[in-house]
Design a protein around this ligand. Structure first.
Ligand SMILES: C[S@@+](CC[C@H](N)C(=O)[O-])C[C@H]1O[C@@H](n2cnc3c(N)ncnc32)[C@H](O)[C@@H]1O
Length: 235
């Protein structure tokens, strides 16, 4: 992957950034997403936020080598501390971090959200707690997609502030829009996860079950029911 050739995962994220957006990419690492979007003329301003020094040096280099030092502000910062009010950010992306990490940043830094930004999230796991935060904080999920790159599945969740929406526990787990669409990648993901979770459960001695194991049992039941009912899982 280079800023000129994004991975399929980051291409799909890029497709969710509105034309002309003022984008903050938090946990930007190499900064390829911002550099690619800026070079394509698709965003009008950018902030690259990164908490660790080695990736910060990497994004600084990408920005410099592409002559974008005037257009992309690179900041060493934890979470949304990278954003300043004068940036007038209209979209924020968080990609390649755990869903719980993204959720924790949003909880801690909520006051730094402008209340009108599109959130473009590509969590690596932890999607359910992240969706719950969105629901509890006045965001409506307007797009979800699932892609497979090599042997990994990636979810992209796009949310905007909007009318309060309630999602069922199963919708929070599977993704309300993914569940509705039930595409072939979605089915393949959950078939694989069902096998893995069933194997884990089978290896557990019943007498030593913990609460986490009960949650696993519930997930196995939900996935089995969802796959058996053509994706229309009971609420
Ligand atoms: C796996 S990389 C993902 C890089 C890139 N966003 C992508 O999707 O290809 C995650 C990056 O998030 C950064 N990160 C983790 N926690 C962060 C935080 N609280 N604030 C800013 N950056 C953070 C890490 O230092 C790391 O560079």
């Amino acid at each position: 992957m280079t800023p000129h050739k994004l991975s399929a995962r980051l291409e799909r994220v890029a497709a969710q950034v509105p034309a002309g957006a003022r984008l903050a990419d938090i946990g930007t690492d190499h900064g390829y997403l911002l550099v690619a979007l800026m070079k394509r003329g698709l965003i009008s301003a950018a902030v690259a936020g990164e908490v660790a020094l080695t990736p910060l040096r990497a994004v600084e280099r990408s920005v410099r080598e592409n002559g974008l030092g005037e257009r992309i502000a690179v900041r060493l910062a934890d979470g949304l501390a990278a954003i300043e009010p004068g940036d007038r950010i209209t979209a924020i992306s968080f990609c390649g971090m755990g869903g719980e990490t993204i959720r924790d940043i949003l909880v801690r830094d909520k006051a730094r959200l402008g209340g009108n930004q599109r959130l473009i999230l590509q969590p690596n796991g932890g999607e359910q707690p992240l969706r719950r935060w969105l629901m509890d904080n006045g965001y409506r999920i307007c797009h979800e997609e699932l892609l497979q790159e090599n042997r990994f599945f990636y979810e992209i969740i796009v949310a905007e502030p909007g009318e309060p929406t309630r999602y069922s526990e199963r919708e929070l787990y599977f993704g309300p829009l993914l569940l509705q669409a039930r595409g072939p990648v979605f089915v393949a993901k959950w078939q694989r996860l069902l096998r893995l979770k069933q194997q884990t459960l089978a290896g557990l001695a019943r007498a030593q079950r913990t609460l986490a194991d009960d949650a696993l049992e519930q997930q196995v039941r939900w996935i089995g029911e969802m796959l058996a009912t053509g994706g229309r899982a009971p609420a």
